[in-house]
Design a protein around this ligand. Sequence first.
Ligand code: ZN
Length: 265
Amino acid sequence: MRDFTLNSYRHLLLAFQQANYTFLRYEDYCRIKQSGDALPEWFVILRHDVDLKPNNSLATARIEAELGIKAVYYFRAVPESWDEKIINEIASLGHEIGYHYESLTTCNGDVEAAYQDFVENIKKLRQLVLVETICMHGSPRSPFDSKDIWKKYDYKELSIIGEPYLDTDFSQLFYITDTGRRWDGYKVSVRDKIPQYQEEWTLKGWTYHGTQDVINAIKENRLPHRVMMTTHPQRWNELGVQWMKELMMQNLKNVVKRAMMRNCM
Ligand SMILES: [Zn+2]
């Protein structure tokens, strides 16, 4: 099976379903946690960061909806992500919509301006759909970490109930992401990782490379029972020219990132 195709994504979802994982949107997770109720024993939060190509997100959202699965989609306030028709359509399929903010980067590190930018963008998104959670966009080339806005301001005052990097108990929940077009790209990732737990997870053998490795782990009961899985739908395509382009670009990016990291050490 070719990897990072919509077909391999569908197989991944089917494996989770067959293993009886419950699918929680991030707002569901936050609400259960805050109520003090018990979380399901087995669950997966399918998080999608819509960095680019919103049409690809519509494709994964439709596959999930066909299977009766709900996920969360975080949209950036930039033209290459923000597509109002698609935002509305994904919401109408039952998925959660959240704001993928990068305000500290777009405002060059000015925290006050970044907060204003954040407030304006979330207001615009809320004119379209209900928004209860937000998620930082990692901006690998930026020196700024947009989560730093929250050292001064409090998003909970804006009726936002959660931010995955700040409100998730990663001591109880395994994190896996397709950054680098692989499932073990945490070594090359700048911000999309959970450094405080990654070493422990690696020691436990919870590392997977291709999607088939993840599927095998689910089938053989080797994947943890509580998971947040982040995918970037722009990496997932029907087998064809786009798929080939994405593969070549990612290989090139991985080479550059490795060279950059060597220089930093
Ligand atoms: Zn992102």
